[in-house]
Write a protein that binds this ligand. Structure first.
Ligand code: KG4
Ligand code: ZN
Length: 346
């Protein structure tokens, strides 16, 4: 029986917000394991992520989650003391995110790297989200425009090749995911807000209320804070309004603006494909409308699986693998950077 040796394995850890995740990816492409432990239940009764609770939960979960990722990849657990064969590096998200949460993953990754004698690689969480598309579609036609919509960020990025990006636009205030979360909270729909708004919207009429389409004609930046205020103002003025109609009309406004801006970016940059990334990219109507708009414009569209849109460590491993080849290992005394900017952005 021939044994294929493990090669180019990266163990990655993601703990920037409320998901404790670890994954093993081979050659920057093949996901050998991906374990995500969500803390949603712990934060739900507070209506949002409580940083102190998040970091404590990461501390409790990090060892079992890493051990599970190694075991599912067919590698020995960390307490065996042996470096898993073929393991090339240990990567971790170093920012942006909650500092107490980031530090748990970063410390764990550095300790493992040090004890196994392999490089540590610090990864930008936003760059990680970009790699979600590349992991599932390594032959992505470039240049591509990536609409990266997460809880903390709304970015339009031109991707020329892995590692070569240009930031085209962002949000001037709230991120799209943040708007979903705040509107959900206001409407009493629960947490996390995005899936709750999407579920309520299914029973509503997206044309019931004509919410504004902020910054429609203004370049590639977006704004969602005014839209959130428009929801509050409308509900106060019309207390009898159906929550489902508010959810559907709000979602319609966000989706229309995002798709409009993404297509504008694709046109301006001569893109060949359009990708979605980040938690909000799990939204059904956004996926359908982005795919339809791309197809109408003759572009390919790439919609990562929903599990790859939301936070996970496989995307961090893929980004870490590429970063190690491009920039080499990160210093072991490098810290977590809560407000880390998108690579190359001011
Ligand atoms: O990328 P992500 O998992 O974490 C961050 O890096 O922030 O994104 C989380 C965000 C949250 O705001 C959540 O409400 C939103 O993604 N989200 C959604 C959906 N699923 C998650 N927004 C709209 N529709 C969804 N189905
Ligand atoms: Zn994220």
């Amino acid at each position: 029986m021939s044994v294929v040796p493990n090669e180019g394995l990266v163990l990655a850890i993601e703990s920037s917000c409320d998901e404790t995740a670890a994954a093993v990816v081979e050659g920057g492409r093949t996901v050998r394991s991906s374990v995500v432990s969500s803390q949603v239940d712990l934060h739900a009764r507070f209506g949002g992520v409580v940083p102190e609770i998040a970091s404590r939960a990461h501390l409790e979960l990090i060892v079992p989650v890493v051990a599970e990722a190694l075991a599912r990849a067919g590698l020995a657990t960390p307490d065996s003391g042996r470096r898993p064969p073929g393991l090339e590096a240990v990567a971790a998200t170093v920012g942006p995110g909650l500092v107490g949460s980031l530090l748990v993953g970063v410390s764990m990754a550095k300790s493992l790297a040090l004890s196994w004698g392999v490089p540590f690689v610090g990864v930008n969480h936003l760059e990680g989200h970009l790699y979600a598309s590349l992991l599932e579609e390594p032959n992505l036609p470039t240049p591509a425009v990536v609409l990266l919509v997460s809880g903390g960020h709304t970015l339009l990025v031109r991707l020329d090749e892995p590692g070569h990006y240009r930031l085209l636009g962002g949000t001037v205030d709230d991120a799209a995911g943040e708007a979903f979360d705040k509107v959900a909270r206001y409407l009493g729909l629960g947490y996390p807000g995005g899936p709750a708004v999407e579920a309520a919207a299914r029973a509503g009429d997206p044309r019931a209320i004509a919410f504004p389409r902020p910054m429609w004609d203004e370049g590639l930046d977006c704004s969602f804070s005014g839209l959130k205020t428009a929801v509050v103002t409308h509900v106060r003025a019309h207390p009898e309004v159906r929550t489902e109609d508010v959810a559907a009309s709000f979602q319609e406004a966000v989706v229309e603006v995002l798709v409009h801006k993404a297509m504008k970016a694709a046109q301006a940059t001569g893109a060949r494909s359009l990708c979605l990334a980040g938690g909000v990219a799990a939204n059904g109507p956004l996926r359908e409308r982005a795919a339809a708009a791309a197809s109408a414009a003759g572009l390919r569209s790439y919609l990562p699986s929903r599990a790859m849109c939301t936070d996970n460590a496989a995307m961090i491993a893929a980004a870490g693998y590429a970063r190690l080849r491009r920039d080499g290992p990160s210093a072991l005394d490098a810290g977590a950077v809560p407000s880390l900017a998108f690579p190359g952005a001011a």
